[in-house]
Design a protein around this ligand. Sequence first.
Ligand SMILES: *Cc1c(COP(=O)(O)O)cnc(C)c1O
Length: 382
Amino acid sequence: MDNEVHRGFETLAIHAGQEPDPTTGAVVPPIYQVSTYKQDGIGGLRGGYEYSRSANPTRTALEVCLAEIEAGTRGLAFASGLAGEDALIRAVCKPGDHVIIPNDAYGGTYRLFAKVAEPWGVEFDPVPLLDVAAVAAAVRPETKIVWVETPTNPLLAIADIRALAQIAHDAGALLVVDNTFASPYLQRPLELGADVVVHSTTKYIGGHSDVIGGALVVADEALGEQLAYHQNAMGAVAGPFDAWLTLRGIKTLGVRMDRHCANAERMVEMLTRHPAVREVLYPGLPGHPGHDVAAKQMRAFGGMVSFRMESEEAAVRVCERTKLFTLGESLGGVESLIEHPGRMTHASVAGSPLEVPADLVRLSVGIEDADDLLRDLRQALD
Ligand SMILES: *Cc1c(COP(=O)(O)O)cnc(C)c1O
């Protein structure tokens, strides 16, 4: 595309890494379902491709697109969000190092640190990231990563990316931001000083609950090289069809997020007034402790809404009574989902510092008709 053409977010989402195919003119990158590539003489690679674990053209299209929509220099696509996290931890840390993670980190991230990284020798401390002084106090000489999620899952706490980047960098550590809940349409951590963005592309980026995938995006080219080395050495890459599905999802990320956010606000409005609901957790609410920071670093407040009922039984009952909101784990797809974190997504952190309230309900608000969604939630609450 002509360099003179301005490329805003939605333009990048549709075109970055996806020039029409030079041989056929196809406007969508083909699914290169191939493992190896003919060499014109030993080492004579035609398009720079030799073996699809190292690189594959469909995955390259996705990786270029991810880098551009996150304002980074390098994107790397993995078989899952956790595969990307694993490659990142192994590339950056060695036994004896230390990591700070959110005290309400995604359960799988906590498990990766507690059951895989720690036995390997990497220590970690869960810290409430809202408390910048607590993060600064938890930093040690061995700290290599300050790991941030914002908004968090499922409590939707907000962390100040700029302030935490300062603390991490003063300590010689990297600031890693899991941007899964916000998506790059709502928040671009690299522009706020982060070093690495992590995604479960399974969620909003893919957006259709039809693919498992993960991504790392970095600002620094040398760090990008190091992560690419580990991606190839460890091998948990995104396959061509998964990469293609994810690219297709990205094209509509902006319009989907606008609707996710608008629908979420409608649910919040109703829930805050409903007598059976004790508390609504949503960063868009002026009373939310992270509201001001969220307003500063996010374009809008996202499609995830959590709320607390009077009891665990009441929370479970709501989850089992909705008809349009599907009872299920995961999030970020076009269809609305409801779940009970204490017994579902966060059952594995019961008894740990990351345990979540038993009366909590989590919604992933989809892009269906908002009035239909409101009716469904109301009948489940009444
Ligand atoms: C789902 C999720 C992950 C893990 O991603 P997978 O694709 O399931 O491996 C990591 N972080 C957050 C915030 C998530 O929601």
